[in-house]
Write a protein of this length. Structure first.
Length: 153
């Protein structure tokens, strides 16, 4: 049974559709900044913050299938932005680390992404930025929670 709510189906469809359209540039397989896609930047950023990650952990962070993680990582290895090493504690597992070139690319791409986010938040009234970000986080978590419990998504 559907819970009574002030938000109706049409409003939710508008929000979902708007989010999909607005974030389409971040989902493309085309370069976003410094020759890497947004997903690949996310990998570089995770590795910059964690120093190294197992492939298995990376796919959980990204929220994608293992095969998709491999498809995103391989070009970064070919460009010598990442290095793949065997985990000495588990020879079946691979660890990823940033190379010097990867660190440099991450730093340059980070400036590009920060500029992108700055331009987005520049279109939001300053007093509402925090409120909007918190609201979107809650909406994302609610969507993820339901998607995990449901067979529809």
């Amino acid at each position: 049974m559907l819970r009574q709510s002030k938000v109706n189906y049409t409003q939710l469809m508008e929000v979902f559709t708007g989010l999909i359209q607005a974030t389409r540039c971040c989902c493309q397989d085309e370069a976003f900044c410094e020759g890497v896609t947004f997903h690949q930047f996310t990998i570089l950023d995770l590795l910059a913050r964690n120093k190294e990650l197992k492939m298995a952990d990376l796919h959980r962070h990204l929220g994608v299938e293992k095969s998709t993680t491999t498809r995103l990582v391989n070009p970064l290895i070919k460009k010598r932005l990442l290095q793949k090493r065997t985990d000495p504690e588990d020879l079946r597992a691979a660890k990823l680390i940033l190379t010097k070139k990867g660190v440099q690319t991450h730093q340059k791409a980070c400036l590009c992404v920060m500029d992108f986010f700055h331009n987005i938040t520049g279109n939001i009234p300053e007093k509402k930025v925090g409120i909007i970000l918190e609201s979107v986080k809650i909406f994302i978590e609610a969507t993820k929670t339901y998607a995990r419990q449901s067979s529809c998504c």
